[in-house]
Design a protein around this ligand. Structure first.
Ligand code: COA
Length: 436
């Protein structure tokens, strides 16, 4: 026990403190007892963008970025992608164990019976302009579900939470498909309860006049694998938003919409759309070297490369690369894949990328697969949001049930004026306005 303290000497006061370790970390609140006097607030930790701050304890997802490991509830991602369906994995992520046969049947029934959207939500979607970005439509429609299910505010009731989870997991593919069809001007297709989660999504996306939609099994499996790989990724930007918004006891529909907004940025889930734009900008394999040289000279970033946590290969990228090959066997080879492979080859041999530990991440290949399947880049982030809804809800449930959690409220180091008097409008002189 003697060694399980961090011994700190405050050279200002010469006082020493034994700060206990808690699961390998120190509690930031323990630093507050380090003071220069009774009026001193105490020491805070300063950590912009949470580079070294654990904001919660979590038993959902484990990542070892240096070793390239990703596990949900202890199961390696490659085994889950190989042996399970997305709905099994969503159940695992949400409830902690893989479902038994009867649990899976019950779970699948529950999800299937919550796939329909209220007709008013359909009308809500119709109000968007024909060229609205699908992610904006998705975020707004998920938030609008909060008005359809006002009882969802009852976040402390476990039964109510479960019902909202069924609704959200069931409805996000329907919303996504409706956003897609809205942007194409096609009529909406109602869910088909006889199909699997991925097949039903494909049905709602692509069914035209045929009486029954038949999904290509290889493409449906590839989509399901992509869903598995995207189900959760511990405390990333959008999960942190989900927890943070949920910590105010906002309902899970608006919290999920907020998390999806976090996902929409180009540095997070929006990256796969950017990868496609980048590959099109490069245009051909022989221009890859020139493009990489431009990035090294400071002209932009290689989209789909680098990760805050993975400083080795992103384990999801390896599985996605494999899935891409399966998809291309069905759809025919796409020149973008050749450009991507060449880009990966050149970057992985280049000192700039090696030194900074920049490897392809999950978004590098997912966009190429989606495009080969017929999706437009604008919808890519929505495809990411469908499975990640399971992860967000798991993070939200865990946060609500954690007795240590409170409303999220970081501290700041104030750098503005101490105090000054207001000058009446007629006496104010023009001054440069800071930070507009
Ligand atoms: C994911 C990402 C935001 C992580 O950022 P981060 O952990 O804060 O890493 P940093 O921005 O501190 O980058 C460290 C160094 O690598 C460089 N770098 C990071 N990502 C790079 C990329 N994709 N291409 C080129 N250089 C990159 C930075 O310029 C920096 O170089 P420097 O040390 O010379 O200043 C970042 O790698 C990125 O923007 N990647 C592209 C977008 C993307 O694919 N996002 C999807 C994530 S799943």
């Amino acid at each position: 026990m003697e060694n399980e303290f961090l011994n700190i000497t405050d050279k200002r006061t010469k006082a020493t403190y034994d700060v206990p370790f808690f699961k390998g970390a120190v509690r930031a609140m323990d630093l507050r007892k380090i003071k220069t006097g009774p009026d001193d607030f105490g020491v805070m930790s300063y950590d912009p963008a949470f580079l070294n701050t654990a904001s919660c304890q979590s038993a959902i997802t484990f990542i070892d970025g240096d070793k390239g490991i990703l596990r949900y509830r202890g199961y390696p991602i490659d085994q889950l992608a190989d042996k399970c369906t997305f709905l099994e994995v969503a159940y695992l992520v949400l409830f902690g164990e893989l479902p038994t046969h009867s649990e899976l049947k019950d779970w699948t029934d529950k999800i299937t019976h919550h796939t329909m959207l209220h007709e008013t939500s359909k009308k809500f979607l119709e109000g968007f302009r024909y060229d609205a970005h699908p992610m904006g439509m998705f975020i707004s429609t998920v938030a609008a579900l909060s008005t359809v299910y006002p009882e969802a505010r009852n976040v402390l009731d476990p039964e109510s939470r479960k019902l909202q989870i069924y609704r959200l997991i069931g409805k996000v593919p329907t919303i996504a498909a409706y956003c897609y069809r809205h942007s194409l001007g096609y009529p909406y297709v109602y869910p088909d309860n006889e199909l699997s989660y991925a097949e039903n999504f494909m049905n709602m996306l692509w069914k035209m006049v045929e009486p029954k939609y038949q999904a290509n099994p290889a493409l449906a499996r590839a989509l399901d694998i992509l869903f598995i790989l995207h189900a959760d990724h511990e405390q990333n930007c959008s999960a942190n938003v989900m927890r943070s918004v949920g910590s105010s006891q906002a309902d899970p529909f608006v919290a999920t919409a907020a998390a999806a907004a976090g996902l929409s940025g180009p540095l997070h889930g929006g990256a796969n759309e950017e990868v496609l734009k980048m590959l099109d900008e490069i245009g051909s394999k022989d221009r890859v070297k020139e493009y990489v040289d431009g990035v090294k000279a400071g002209h932009g970033k290689l989209m789909g490369f680098g990760h805050r946590i993975y400083k080795n290969y992103d384990p999801r990228a390896r599985i996605i690369k494999w899935a891409a090959e399966r998809v291309f066997e069905v759809t025919g080879r796409n020149t973008r894949l050749d450009i991507a492979l060449e880009l990966e080859r050149i970057a992985l041999e280049d000192e700039y990328f090696i030194k900074r530990k920049l490897y392809p991440n999950v978004d590098f290949y997912s966009g190429i697969i989606y495009q080969a399947m017929g999706f437009k880049p604008e919808i890519f982030t929505v495809l990411f949001a469908i499975p990640r809804t399971a992860g967000w809800l798991a993070q939200w449930q865990e946060m609500i049930q954690d007795p240590e959690q409170k409303i999220a409220r970081p501290r700041q180091i104030y750098t503005g004026y101490v105090v000054r008097d207001v000058v009446p409008l007629e006496k104010r002189e023009v001054a440069a306005v800071k930070g507009t």
